[in-house]
Design a protein around this ligand. Structure first.
Ligand code: DAH
Length: 339
């Protein structure tokens, strides 16, 4: 029995001295210390020993067990740091690349939906453009037909930065910047971050995202607007999605409307999400106001256009059944890992 113990100790030490993976480590543990392990077998056999021999062998077996355990612990530690070093050496992260599922294991749900929406409009011939988040009051309000002292300005109260600068309250100023720069035909989609001095709650945030669309050409009519947005809704929510336009008011469009899509959850039957109406409002839209075209140097007698704007948070919440907007900004991995 002494020889057997000696042999177990030497063999185990031998195997643990050049170990390469945690799996092998576990094999060694099971082989010697497991229920059916070799050391366990020796301990079981002790009942056949004489009274004198039993404590001596028992102590020896105990020493061997302690030795193997501490060797296992050491091997595990050095293996761990070797693996970490290897990973660090091999890991190359290009910080200029967008987050890929492969690298981080998830993508932000709003990026997933933004990509989807962009692809739908790219397919319809739109170009993606961007505008500044720190914007001039002129582009955010006046050029969009909101006069200097108009009460509509209050509704979109924002963060004023001094001088003529503010944080844009909407992506609509990108319409103006686009029309100033380029002549029709124009077909652009402008996603971006916007700001309002709102309190944070389940459906409000002082920082959120919009996606703006603008089409300007000869003979653009309300039916072009309705056609384009109905196709968009079907592509985003499926073939059965219906749309409905309700008259509304926006200063930079005339006529203006809000578009509802048939509830994606109950398909129009009426449920909690659509507040039993069967419809969900997803965007604002309208025909570009002739005065806006004029201010941008486009002749309203020659050209017409339509525009629309939607909230990305809202659309993402509807798409995934998310009921609290704060989840988007909290960076809780338990939430983000689901996408
Ligand atoms: N800018 C509007 C808002 O923030 C949304 C909007 C409505 C944009 C109608 C548009 C539009 O382009 O035509 O409430």
């Amino acid at each position: 029995m002494r020889e057997k113990l000696e042999q177990i100790k030497n063999e185990a030490l031998d195997q643990l001295s050049n170990i390469e993976s945690l799996a092998v480590l576990d094999e060694v543990r099971v082989k010697y210390l497991g229920k059916k392990g070799e050391l366990t077998a020796v301990l079981r056999g002790m009942k056949d020993l004489s009274k004198e021999e039993r404590p001596v062998i028992g102590q020896m077996a105990n020493e061997v067990r302690v030795k193997i355990e501490s060797m296992l612990e050491e091997a595990k530690e050095s293996l761990g740091s070797a693996l970490r070093e290897k990973q660090l050496k091999e890991e190359v992260i290009d910080v200029t690349m967008p987050a890929k599922k492969k690298v981080l294991g998830h993508r932000h749900p709003m990026n997933v939906v933004l990509d989807e929406i962009q692809n739908i409009f790219l397919g319809m011939g739109y170009t993606i453009v961007e505008g500044p988040e720190v914007e001039q009051s002129y582009y955010n309000f006046e050029a969009l037909n909101v006069p200097e002292n108009h009460p509509a300005k209050d509704e979109q109260d924002t963060f004023y930065l001094g001088g003529d600068y503010l944080l844009r309250t909407q992506t609509s100023p990108v319409q103006v910047r686009t029309m100033e720069k380029s002549k029709p035909p124009i077909r652009v989609l402008a996603p971006g971050r916007v700001f309002r001095s709102d309190e944070v709650d389940a459906t409000h945030s002082p920082v959120f995202h919009q996606i703006e669309g603008l089409v300007v050409d000869k003979n653009i009519t309300m039916s072009d607007l309705k056609g384009a947005l109905a196709v968009f809704a079907k592509e985003l929510y499926g073939e059965n999605a219906k749309v409905k336009f309700r008259p509304h008011h926006f200063p930079f469009t005339e006529p203006s409307a809000e578009m509802d899509v048939s509830c994606v959850y109950c398909e129009g039957e009426g449920c909690r999400i659509c507040k039993n109406t069967g419809w969900i409002e997803i965007l604002g839209c309208g025909m570009v106001h002739p005065r806006v075209l004029e201010m941008c140097g486009i002749d309203p007698n020659e050209y017409s256009g339509f525009a629309f704007g939607m909230g990305l948070e809202r659309i993402t919440m509807l798409k995934y059944g998310i009921n609290d907007l704060r989840l988007f900004f909290e960076n809780d991995m338990r939430f983000l890992d689901q996408f």
